[in-house]
Write a protein that binds this ligand. Structure first.
Ligand SMILES: C[S@@+](CC[C@H](N)C(=O)[O-])C[C@H]1O[C@@H](n2cnc3c(N)ncnc32)[C@H](O)[C@@H]1O
Length: 301
C-alpha cells in the first residue's frame, strides 16, 4: 500500500517535471549529453515516430514468438556465482551455465522488455554507434532495437543455442548488415573480431550473467573497442554476484563515465586510452528513473 502510494507520487506529473530537471542539471555537470533522450524517455515514456516504429517491429515479433506457447527450446542459463572460477583473465574461459528448456512464451519474456529495448535503441542512436556486438542474442528482440539505430553499419549478435540462433536470424532478417553467430561467446570473439574492418563502438553484454564471466568478456572485447565506445552491461542487479561485477567494472580506468541505471550499466570509454589509473565518474541514475532491487535468480533453485 505504502509502496503503491510512493510509486504513484514518484510517477506524478509534478515529480516527473522535477526528475527531468535533474537530468538537465546532471548534464550541466558533465553527464554525457547523449543520455538526455534516454533518461527523458525513461521518465516520461514518450517517444518520437521513428522510435515507436522500431518498438512496434520488436514487439510484434515478440508476440509472434510468444504465440508459439508451450513449444520448448534450449537456452544457456547463467551459472551460479563462482562456477566460472575466479580467474577473469583473457585466457581463462568461463564455464557456461546449464542448458535448460524454456517455453516460447518464456523466451519471449527473456528478451529485454519494451521499455529497456527502447532505451537500448536510444543509446545506440544517440551515441551514433556504427559497429555493434551483442553477446546473448536469445530470440533477437534486443537485437531488433539495437540494430535499428540509424548509424549502425554492422551488428553482430552471438547465441550459443542453435535453436535460438535460428529464431534470432528470423527476427533480424529484415534489418541490413546484421550477422547472427551460433557459437559460444569466446569462440565468436575468436572467429569474428580479429577480421573486422573497423573496431567496435557499441558492445552489449547480455548473457552468462556471472561475475567472473562478465569481467572476462569485457576483457576479451577490450582490444577490439574504439576509444569513446559505449559498453552496456545487462542485468547488473539480476543477482548480488552481478552487482559485484558491476561494482568492479564501473571502476575500470578504461572508462570515463559509468552510469548505473539499475537494470543496465552504461559505460563510456575514455576518448584517449592512457596509462593513468583514474577511475570513471560514477553516475547513480536510479533516483531519477526508479530504483531497482537485487534479484534472486529462480533458475538456481
Ligand atoms: C538474457 S538472454 C539474451 C536476451 C536478449 N539480449 C534480448 O534482450 O532479447 C542470454 C542469452 O545468452 C545465451 N548465452 C548464455 N551464455 C552463453 C555463452 N557462454 N555463449 C553463447 N551464448 C550464451 C543464452 O542461451 C541466452 O539466449
Amino acid at each position: 500500500m505504502i509502496r503503491k502510494l510512493a510509486n504513484a507520487i514518484f510517477d506524478s506529473a509534478i515529480m516527473r517535471g522535477f526528475r527531468i530537471k535533474r537530468v538537465s542539471r546532471l548534464i550541466s555537470t558533465g553527464l554525457p549529453k547523449q543520455m538526455r533522450p534516454v533518461l527523458n524517455y525513461l521518465v516520461t515514456r514518450t517517444v518520437d515516430e521513428n522510435t515507436a516504429a522500431v518498438a512496434k517491429l520488436a514487439e510484434d515479433r515478440r508476440r509472434e514468438i510468444a504465440s508459439q506457447g508451450d513449444k520448448r527450446i534450449e537456452i544457456y542459463y547463467s551459472p551460479k556465482p563462482g562456477s566460472s572460477g575466479n580467474d577473469s583473465s583473457i585466457d581463462a574461459r568461463p564455464q557456461t551455465g546449464k542448458v535448460l528448456e524454456f517455453t516460447m512464451r518464456d523466451i519471449a519474456k527473456t528478451g529485454k522488455n519494451k521499455t529497456w529495448g527502447t532505451a537500448l535503441y536510444l543509446i545506440a542512436r544517440e551515441f551514433e554507434s556504427s559497429v555493434g556486438i551483442e553477446l546473448g542474442a536469445c530470440a533477437g528482440i534486443s537485437g531488433i532495437y539495437l540494430s535499428s539505430a540509424p548509424n549502425l553499419k554492422k551488428f553482430i549478435t552471438v547465441e550459443g543455442s542453435e535453436a535460438l540462433a535460428k529464431i534470432a536470424q528470423e527476427s533480424l532478417k529484415s534489418i541490413k548488415n546484421v550477422k547472427v553467430i551460433n557459437a559460444l561467446f569466446d569462440e565468436a570473439i575468436d572467429s569474428e573480431l580479429p577480421s573486422l574492418d573497423s573496431k567496435i563502438d557499441l558492445a552489449y553484454i547480455d548473457g552468462h550473467h556471472e561475475k567472473t564471466a562478465t569481467i572476462h568478456y569485457f576483457n576479451r572485447l577490450l582490444p577490439f573497442l574504439n576509444p569513446n565506445s559505449v559498453v552496456i552491461f545487462d542485468d547488473i542487479s539480476w543477482s548480488s554476484d552481478m552487482r559485484d561485477a558491476w561494482n568492479i567494472l564501473s571502476k575500470r580506468s578504461e572508462f570515463a563515465d559509468a552510469m548505473d541505471l539499475g537494470v543496465i550499466g552504461v559505460c563510456v570509454m575514455k576518448t584517449k586510452f592512457d596509462s593513468t589509473e583514474v577511475e570513471p565518474i560514477y553516475w547513480n541514475l536510479q533516483p531519477i528513473i526508479g530504483r531497482c532491487g537485487i534479484g534472486k535468480p529462480l533458475g538456481w533453485n
